[in-house]
Design a protein around this ligand. Structure first.
Ligand SMILES: NC(=O)c1ccc[n+]([C@@H]2O[C@H](COP(=O)([O-])OP(=O)(O)OC[C@H]3O[C@@H](n4cnc5c(N)ncnc54)[C@H](OP(=O)(O)O)[C@@H]3O)[C@@H](O)[C@H]2O)c1
Length: 279
């Protein structure tokens, strides 16, 4: 059974203006998603020192690119690098319109940091997406400050849904663990593909074939997991016959010091690092 999809066009009714600050990899992915969901470029303003050609092309369709005076925005999405934040965020105070929502996707930049740089009482959502956002298949976890209304929360969900699935947490301290699991997670999966390639070569396969088998196995299994209503454990059990080849491998992978233990240690290390870097 296929899992239910998301509403693809919820933004047509958003009246804007929407201000995007930072149109790099993530900013552009969101921009593409918003346009695909029916938001007109006329309702969008973008601030970026060196906008890509595709963003410049949108200016010809009515998008306001690097306007001299920032619009009084209904929503502001901050997608600059965290280290740029001390310079990029304070000028945005001028663009926070009445009842405006600010959504930040900057890794490690806390609600307290943003509250300190924006007008008192601003509704702010801190969100953590991940790399598959580039193909609209990310997962983003969001947390709201006490000023975000139910309507603004829905708007934040709609804006973030442009790059994939959205989940909410109530406790901001969980964001370090979220970053360690889904934010950094794509790197773990790519490492799995690398390790499977090396293991295939060690087992005698030509390197190009080993790389192709690993890549397609990781990608195909990810797609199956995405489309299936079954959970990962059930899908794993479904390909594991007792006494068979998969069982022999899983005995090694789940044994003492195996994958479960390693990943628990890895996620704990990433969580600690996130906590140390947050600000
Ligand atoms: N990429 C990911 O997988 C990922 C995952 C989770 C979270 N995030 C978060 O998403 C945010 C964006 O990441 P990214 O990968 O999209 O970075 P990126 O490609 O470097 O994009 C950032 C953009 O902001 C622009 N910029 C720099 N200073 C600015 C300013 N003062 N005002 C407006 N724009 C400015 C940059 O221009 P220049 O290049 O000319 O400096 C660049 O186009 C980061 O905070 C990151 O923590 C990213």
């Amino acid at each position: 059974m296929k899992r239910p999809g998301t509403n693809k066009r919820p933004l047509r009714l958003f009246s804007g203006p929407l201000l995007l600050v930072g149109a790099g990899k993530m900013g552009q992915a969101m921009l593409d998603g918003w346009l695909a969901r029916g938001l007109t470029p006329k309702k969008i303003a973008v601030v970026d020192p060196q906008p890509a050609k595709t963003v410049k092309a949108l200016a010809r369709r009515g998008l306001a690119l690097n306007p001299k005076k920032l619009p009084s925005a209904a929503a502001i999405v901050i997608a600059v690098k965290p280290q740029t934040a001390p310079d990029a965020v304070p000028p945005l105070a001028a663009a926070v319109g009445k009842g405006a929502l600010v959504v930040s996707i900057m890794a490690g930049r806390t609600l307290a940091f943003l509250e300190g740089k924006l007008p008192k009482g601003t509704a702010i959502v801190r969100a953590m997406p991940n790399t598959p956002a580039a193909i609209g298949r990310g997962i983003t976890v969001a947390v709201a400050n006490g000023r975000v209304s139910a309507k603004q929360r829905k708007l934040a969900s709609d804006l973030l849904a442009a790059i994939g699935t959205v989940e909410w947490v109530a406790d901001e301290s969980l964001m370090d663990a979220v970053t360690a699991v889904s934010g950094s997670g794509p790197a773990y999966v790519f490492l799995l593909a690398e390790a499977m390639t090396q293991a295939g070569v060690a087992a005698g396969l030509p390197p190009a074939l080993a790389a192709k088998l690993a890549r397609e196995t990781v990608a195909g299994s990810g797609e199956l997991l995405h489309r299936s209503a079954l959970d990962a454990a059930t899908l794993r059990q479904n390909v594991t016959s007792p006494g068979g080849t998969t069982a022999a491998a899983l005995e090694v992978l789940t044994g003492p010091g195996g994958l479960d233990a390693l990943l628990t240690k890895a996620v704990a290390a990433a969580t600690r690092r996130g906590r140390a870097l947050a600000g």
